[in-house]
Every structure is written in structure tokens, then in C-alpha cells.
Design a binder for this molecule. Structure first.
Ligand SMILES: Nc1nc2c(c(=O)[nH]1)N[C@H]1C(S)=C(S)[C@@H](COP(=O)(O)OP(=O)(O)OC[C@H]3O[C@@H](n4cnc5c(=O)[nH]c(N)nc54)[C@H](O)[C@@H]3O)O[C@H]1N2
Ligand SMILES: Nc1nc2c(c(=O)[nH]1)N[C@H]1C(S)=C(S)[C@@H](COP(=O)(O)OP(=O)(O)OC[C@H]3O[C@@H](n4cnc5c(=O)[nH]c(N)nc54)[C@H](O)[C@@H]3O)O[C@H]1N2
Ligand SMILES: [Mo]
Length: 711
């Protein structure tokens, strides 16, 4: 084999063949990853991609999704021009219009609703993408609407809210310095690519991992102890462990006495969770639970990894999560090296010491009208006054109460994120004016009055500020396809059409990026001159332990609140428990207790090739395995006479969905699992629209009763 001319590249690129390698990044999944890509470009088209091995943040990694990015960018479903609906809603008939006409129509409509019904009747929505959120929030604020809503209504906010209620601030696991790591549900091998190298290093060092997960996964296989619980019983398991830790005197007395509010009451609650009862509720053998409790409580220090999704995706999610993190208080592992450290919040939900100007950009909230969901979920309102709880959007549209929503300006709205698609689609049908900014003409976009074409990460520049101190900003690798534009350009142009005088919305895009970057001491021009990725110039400060010693905890009592003063205020009116009580979904919603629905459905456990609704339309991805596989235990399948590969129907009181049976002993008998976000097998049809956690408003995606039958 001849020596490669460019050792970093596997393909060939040179002047003679007209191929140029351009540095860019993926934008399909998490903002923490957004892996560096070497894009081979010929005649303005990407013909090959590889992970950039010289990118110091992503270090060459690129997963299946990113490796297939050409099928994302050049997908036949891409929206290439502004479109105006000419057919019925949902039908998919559109006509191309100009950007000027699109902005004119939107400005006219939104201004009209504002004048006639009030600015709150216009909502501004962001789906999973985070990169354009600061300008979108600013747009909502400048327009005067409190209804800035995001996918945070189903992700990342509830777990932060549980930390906020209990400790005031989130504590992130310091895995490298811990003796024992208790992973309370996370499957990083599939969901959090950027952490995998670090996990492997820890496994090689023989670190003890305990994993709580209802399934056997490639990650649980690496654990010393796997507690395989029934989905949604996390609170019971945590209280059972607390009982062991308290009974055996393994808790941190000093921490508890000085810093914890409600320990007595909590200890009495935990007492009810004897090992036998805990086993009956959770399905976890009591010996394993006791071992896990002892291991976690006696290791000094011990860290707990939690996730934004699985524990709070239940109607008892907040209290379960509170019960889980109470163990961090009980063992005194909060804000210490090797435990759960309090770190600053960085750019776009990235935790770490790398600063940005994002808060200064967004500015103070000044709109006084309550956002949607603030009356229904008062704790959400207190915790996040700047953001509505989007789960009530269809209610507001359909019922017009407490006030109607007349128009939605969305950037990536996927109706499947809402439980009960029939209800959500009915709402979209009734909605007076709906603009969806999208890469693809999705099922949801077919309900829009106007669809605006967004471009992908390889077609634009975008600032990334990572926790490790790297700051990244590549120039576009190719021109935006068709007349597509990037979301921030669209927001700025719309702000102008709306006549908003806000200087933060009248910036040029580069000026905006430089503004965000300022505290790092870098500019877009400098970063791009240096290959597109550089270390921040500001010195990352060292981590300081136990900040609570000086300042107390930022909770109403200044202590860790196992007994929550915030929940106490709403206990009377809303029936909230003040302690992290465990209640099953049928106790919270007795209508779901009937025996007709013998199986428990858990949706959305991450798969490496999927990310919500995004990658189903990529052929290579769809070809990896069936896109509608229902994981079912062979025992349940046997009872139902279902064989591997059989077509089955999953039903609930809300609706039914067809799927392909995948027999696997990785799941528990009595529980079925399936990935979400698939227009062709949409699990949202199975959930009731009001099957929500009464505290956070989060849907019970990961535990609802169902029935499965062979077709
Ligand atoms: N490839 C890929 N990566 C992703 C995503 C994706 O869709 N695809 N999504 C991104 C997003 S938005 C998020 S929020 C994160 C989520 O990241 P993770 O939380 O790591 O991912 P999940 O697979 O949702 O959940 C982790 C584990 O929780 C388990 N689990 C399910 N129900 C329960 C339960 O009731 N209790 C407990 N204790 N465990 C349970 C599942 O079996 C699963 O193995 O992933 C992000 N990364
Ligand atoms: N059943 C079930 N449902 C779930 C979950 C679950 O576990 N189970 N998980 C929940 C969680 S944790 C999350 S985070 C949510 C995510 O749910 P969504 O926010 O709905 O996620 P996506 O489908 O990835 O993205 C929405 C849309 O954004 C579009 N898009 C992509 N990039 C861009 C861009 O740059 N600009 C614009 N304008 N649009 C873009 C995509 O094409 C897509 O149609 O789903 C939730 N829904
Ligand atoms: Mo999420």
C-alpha cells in the first residue's frame, strides 16, 4: 500500500481531483458532542465524511448518525424554499413563496394577534436543537410574549428542577475521583458518546460501578452490580436503600445534622420501605439492593450519575428523582471531589468553567403575563419563570383557556413529543396560524401555514463552547441548499420585519457570535484563522469544594430540603407530597389501574442510530435494524404466542400502534420497550394527553400500561 499523502485522512483529496477537505461539525445530536467532521467537498457537494482525528474535542469519533450525515443533508424530504400551504392542513400541498413574502405574512399575522388578543397568544417554540435558542428567547421577549417554550418541557428541566427543589443546585458526578459510581440510569454508550472514552478508562482501572436500569445494556454488563428495577419504581428503590443506610448507621451524621431539613420525617418515610416491601415494589432482589446501599454509603467519596430523561419521564418522576438524589445528601457526597460537584452552568446547558456571554445576551425577563402552564404547574413557574410548560399547548389552543394561543412560530416542532398525537394534531388543525422552520417536510410541518427552510450544521457557522475549554466555530463547508437559511438569520430577519427595535436582534450573525464569545477572549475570525477550534484564553478556575459551608444552600431554608418548603406551599391546593414519597402511576391516576392492560410500556431508551424523529429518514440508518422493534421478553411473547419478527399491535385506552416483535431477555418480563419519534410507528398515539407528572408537567413516557397482541 502506498503511503498516504495526508495521514489524517483516509480518502484522497488534491487539486487534481478537485476534492477539498473542509473542517465542519455534525449537529444531529447533543450539543455536548457535535463531533468534528472532515467533509470531502467536490463541486460544492459533500461526497464523503470522516470524523476529524485532529479535532481535540471529539478526537476523531463519529457515530452512525454523523457518518451518514450526507443522507441527512441531501435528503429528499429537505425543505428548500419557503412554502405556503395551499391544501388542507396535514395534506402536504404547498406553494413556493419568496422569503420577503414569508416575512411580510408572518409579521402581519403576529402583529395582528398581538394587537387583537395580546402578545401572550403568540408562542415561540424550539425543538431539540439548542444553538439558536438565545435569539429565539430574545425574540419572544422583545415581541412581548411570555410564551417561549421548548423541548425542555420534556427534557433536562425536570431533573434540574428536582435538584433545585432539594439542593438548590445540580450536583454533577465526578466519576474520575470517585471510589464507587452509582449510575442511576444512563446508557452513555448509546446516548453520550463524548463520555465513553472516560468511562473505558475507569473500567480499565477497575472502578466499581453500580447501575440502576430496567434493561440489560452494554453498559450494565460493565457494572459490578446491576439493579434491574421495574420502570418508574425508582423512588421506592431509593427509599429502600435509604432505609438500609439509616438503619445500619451508614449515613453522614454530621452533614445531615447541619445541613438537612426534614431528616426525621424522611427517615420515618424510609422506614416503611423494608427490604421485602422494596423488592415487591421494584422487582430488585433485596440482597442486591442492600449490597448496593452499603457499597454506595461506605465508599468515600461516591458519585451518582443521573440523566435528564429516564427517571423524570414518569408521572411520579419528580418525587422519584428527589428520592434518588436524597441519597447524595444522606451520604454527604454533595459538592465534594469524587462526589457530586456543583459546577457553573456554561453555554447552552453545557456545564463547566468555560464562560460565555449568553446570559448577558438573553437579559432579564420583563414580560409580566404568566406563561402557559404556569398556573397548572406552579413549581415549574417558580423554577423557570422565563419558559412556559409546552405540554399544555394543545389545551390552550383547543380550549382557549386560561387564554387562547392563536399562533405558533416554531423552529423544529415535532408533534410526537406531546403525548396523544390525535389530540396534538387536532390542536394544530385548529391553530389559527402556524409557522414551522424545518430541515424536512415532516408530518407536523404539513399542518403549518408556512414552512421556512432551515439549513444544517454543515451549511452554516456555529459557535460551540465545550466544558473542556475548547471553543469551536467553522465556516460553512457548503452553501445552504436551495434557499434555506440558518435559524438565527431567520430570527434576526423576522425581528426586522416585525419592526422590533431590540439591538440584540439587530446584530449581524458574526457580531452575535463574537458577543457570545467575548469572555473566552476569542473572536470568530481568530478561531477560523486557527483551524476552527481553540482553547479559551480565559483561565479555567479550579473547582472549589463545599461552597455551601460559606453560603448555605440556595433553597428557602438554606438547607438541603428533603422536606420541601416549595412543595409545602402548594401541598393544599395541588396535593403535592412535601417528602419524596413514592406513588405508583395508578395511585396518581387511578383510571389506569384496570387489569385489561397487563404490560408496562417504556418508550424512548436511546439507540445509537436514532435521535428522536431525526434519523429515520436516512436509508443507511433505517437499514441497520428494523425501525419499529418492540422489545419483549420471551416469556411474555410465549404467553401471547408471538415469535421474533411477528407483527404485533400495541394498544392502550388512547390508541394503538403496530410494531415488529423483537424477543429479547434484556428486558424484564411484564415490560416492553420501544424507541420513539417514528412517524410510521408513533408511540404518542398510545399516551393520554393529560398523563403528566403533576409537579413538572412531564409526560409518563417511560411507564404506562398497555396490551400487546399478535396481528
Ligand atoms: N443516540 C442517541 N443519543 C441520545 C439521544 C437519542 O435519542 N439517541 N437523546 C439525547 C437526549 S434528548 C437525552 S435526554 C439523553 C438521555 O440519555 P440517557 O438517559 O443515557 O438515555 P436513555 O436511553 O433514555 O436512558 C438510559 C437508561 O435508562 C433506562 N430506563 C428506562 N426507564 C427507566 C426507569 O424507569 N428507571 C431507570 N432507573 N432507568 C430507566 C433505559 O433502559 C436506558 O438504558 O440522550 C441523548 N443522547
Ligand atoms: N415517547 C417518548 N417521547 C419522547 C422521549 C422519550 O424518551 N419517549 N424523549 C423526550 C426527550 S428527552 C426529548 S429531548 C424530546 C425531543 O423531541 P423533539 O424536539 O421533537 O426532537 P427532534 O425530533 O429531534 O427535533 C424536532 C425537529 O427539529 C428539526 N430540526 C433539526 N435540526 C434543526 C435546526 O437546526 N433547525 C430547525 N429549525 N429545526 C431542526 C428536526 O427535523 C425535527 O423535526 O423528545 C421527547 N419525546
Ligand atoms: Mo432529551
Amino acid at each position: 500500500m502506498p503511503e498516504k499523502e495526508q495521514p489524517n485522512h483516509q480518502g484522497n483529496a488534491c487539486k487534481e481531483n478537485g476534492i477539498e477537505v473542509k473542517k465542519t461539525c455534525c449537529g444531529i445530536c447533543n450539543q455536548y458532542s457535535h463531533c468534528g467532521i472532515d467533509a470531502y467537498v467536490r463541486d460544492g457537494k459533500i461526497i464523503r465524511v470522516e470524523g476529524s482525528s485532529d479535532n481535540p474535542h471529539s478526537k476523531g469519533q463519529l457515530c452512525a448518525k454523523g457518518s451518514g450525515i450526507r443522507q441527512y443533508v441531501y435528503n429528499k424530504d429537505r425543505v428548500l424554499y419557503p412554502l405556503m400551504r395551499v391544501g388542507e392542513k396535514g395534506e402536504g400541498k404547498f406553494e413556493r413563496i419568496s422569503w420577503e413574502d414569508a416575512y411580510r405574512i408572518i409579521a402581519q399575522k403576529l402583529t395582528g394577534y398581538k394587537a387583537a388578543f395580546g402578545p401572550e397568544t403568540v408562542a415561540f417554540f424550539s425543538g431539540f436543537s439548542k444553538w439558536f435558542r438565545p435569539p429565539l428567547r430574545r425574540l419572544s421577549e422583545s415581541f412581548g410574549s411570555p410564551n417561549y417554550i421548548t423541548e425542555g418541557s420534556a427534557c433536562q428541566e425536570a431533573h434540574k428542577m428536582a435538584w433545585w427543589l432539594t439542593f438548590g443546585k445540580i450536583g454533577g458526578a465526578d466519576v474520575a475521583n470517585a471510589q464507587v459510581v452509582l449510575v442511576w440510569s444512563k446508557n452513555p454508550f448509546y446516548s453520550t458518546l463524548e463520555d465513553n472514552r472516560g468511562f473505558y478508562e475507569q473500567f480499565e482501572k477497575g472502578k466499581i460501578f453500580i447501575v440502576v436500569d430496567p434493561r440489560k445494556t452494554s453498559f450494565t454488563q460493565k457494572a459490578c452490580l446491576h439493579l434491574q428495577l421495574r420502570p418508574g419504581t425508582d423512588g421506592a428503590l431509593a427509599l429502600g436503600m435509604a432505609n438500609v443506610i439509616i438503619q445500619e448507621g451508614l449515613y453522614d451524621r454530621e452533614f445531615v445534622e447541619q445541613y438537612v431539613k426534614g431528616f426525621e420525617e424522611y427517615a420515618q418515610l424510609a422506614e416503611r420501605y423494608t427490604p421485602e416491601r422494596t423488592e415487591a415494589l421494584t422487582g430488585v432482589p433485596k440482597e442486591k439492593m442492600i449490597r448496593a446501599a452499603r457499597l454506595y454509603a461506605t465508599a468515600k467519596p461516591a458519585a451518582m450519575i443521573t440523566s435528564a430523561a429516564p427517571v423524570v419521564h414518569h408521572v411520579n418522576g419528580i418525587q422519584n428523582y428527589r428520592a434518588v438524589i436524597s441519597l447524595v445528601a444522606l451520604t454527604g457526597n454533595y459538592d465534594i471531589t469524587g462526589g457530586n460537584r456543583v459546577l457553573p452552568v456554561g453555554y447552552l446547558l453545557v456545564t463547566g468553567f468555560t464562560p460565555s456571554n449568553v446570559d448577558a445576551y438573553i437579559g432579564e425577563r420583563h414580560v409580566g403575563i404568566p406563561a402557559m402552564g404556569h398556573r397548572e404547574f406552579p413549581v415549574w413557574a417558580e423554577y423557570t419563570p422565563e419558559q412556559g410548560q409546552a405540554m399544555v399547548l394543545p389545551d390552550y389552543i383547543l380550549k382557549g383557556k386560561p387564554y387562547p394561543i392563536k399562533a405558533v412560530f416554531a423552529m423544529g416542532l415535532n408533534h410526537m413529543m406531546w403525548p396523544d398525537s390525535t389530540y396534538m394534531l387536532e390542536a394544530l388543525r385548529k391553530l389559527e396560524f402556524f409557522v414551522d422552520t424545518e430541515l424536512f417536510l415532516t408530518e407536523t410541518a404539513r399542518y403549518a401555514d408556512l414552512v421556512l427552510p432551515a439549513c444544517s450544521s454543515v451549511e452554516r457557522s456555529d459557535v460551540k463552547i465545550f466544558a473542556d475549554g475548547y471553543v469551536q466555530c467553522f465556516p460553512p463547508a457548503i452553501k445552504p441548499l436551495g434557499e434555506s437559511r440558518h435559524d438565527i438569520q431567520i430570527i434576526f430577519e423576522l425581528a426586522e420585519a416585525l419592526g422590533l427595535e431590540d439591538p440584540h436582534l439587530r446584530m449581524g450573525y458574526e457580531e452575535y457570535m463574537d458577543f457570545i464569545l467575548a469572555p473566552t477572549g476569542l473572536t470568530v475570525a481568530e478561531i477560523q484563522k486557527n483551524g476552527g477550534i481553540m482553547k479559551t484564553k480565559h483561565t479555567l478556575p479550579p473547582y472549589e469544594e463545599k461552597k455551601y459551608k460559606k453560603k448555605g444552600f440556595p433553597t428557602p431554608s438554606g438547607k438541603v430540603e428533603l422536606l420541601s418548603s416549595v412543595l409545602e406551599r402548594y401541598a393544599g391546593e395541588f396535593g403535592y407530597d412535601v417528602l419524596p414519597e413514592y406513588r405508583s402511576y395508578s395511585q396518581i391516576y387511578p383510571r389506569f389501574a384496570e387489569g385489561e392492560w397487563p404490560l408496562l410500556m417504556d418508550t424512548g431508551s436511546r439507540k445509537p442510530q436514532f435521535i428522536h424523529s431525526r434519523t429515520f429518514r436516512m436509508e443507511w440508518i433505517a437499514g441497520l435494524e428494523g425501525t419499529d422493534l418492540l422489545d419483549i421478553h420471551p416469556e411474555d411473547a410465549g404467553n401471547l404466542e408471538i415469535k421474533d419478527g411477528d407483527r404485533v399491535r400495541i394498544s392502550t385506552p388512547s390508541g394503538s400502534v403496530e410494531a415488529t416483535a423483537h424477543l429479547t431477555a434484556t428486558v424484564l418480563p411484564g415490560v416492553v420497550h420501544m424507541y420513539h419519534g417514528n412517524e410510521k410507528a408513533n408511540l404518542s398515539y398510545l399516551m393520554a394527553h393529560d398523563f403528566l407528572d403533576p409537579i413538572s408537567g412531564y409526560p409518563g413516557y417511560k411507564s404506562f400500561p398497555c396490551r400487546v397482541e399478535k396481528l
